[in-house]
Design a protein around this ligand. Structure first.
Ligand code: CU
Length: 82
């Protein structure tokens, strides 16, 4: 009955995967409703490509005490050319 890790950071374009390793169904649902997984049965997985708008606190729609967070870090691949 918890997300592990409770906080994950990703860069835009990264794939974030949730796997339900619990004994009951769960969802991963953004607090601002920007995204949600379908209900994940035991053993099921769901993945999402991270975008800037993915950054959010999220919870399980069935068990709102389950809270976690996705943070998005910008990539540092761009360098200014003098
Ligand atoms: Cu749940």
């Amino acid at each position: 009955m918890a997300f592990h890790p409770a906080e994950v950071s990703a860069r835009p374009g990264d794939t974030i995967v949730w796997i339900n390793r619990d004994f009951v169904p769960h969802t991963a649902t953004a607090l601002d409703s920007a995204w949600t997984s379908p209900p994940l049965a035991v053993g099921q997985r769901w993945q999402m490509i991270a975008e800037a708008t993915t950054a959010s606190e999220y919870l399980c729609a069935f068990h709102p005490v389950m809270e976690a967070r996705v943070s998005i870090t910008s990539s540092n691949s761009t360098e200014e050319v003098p």
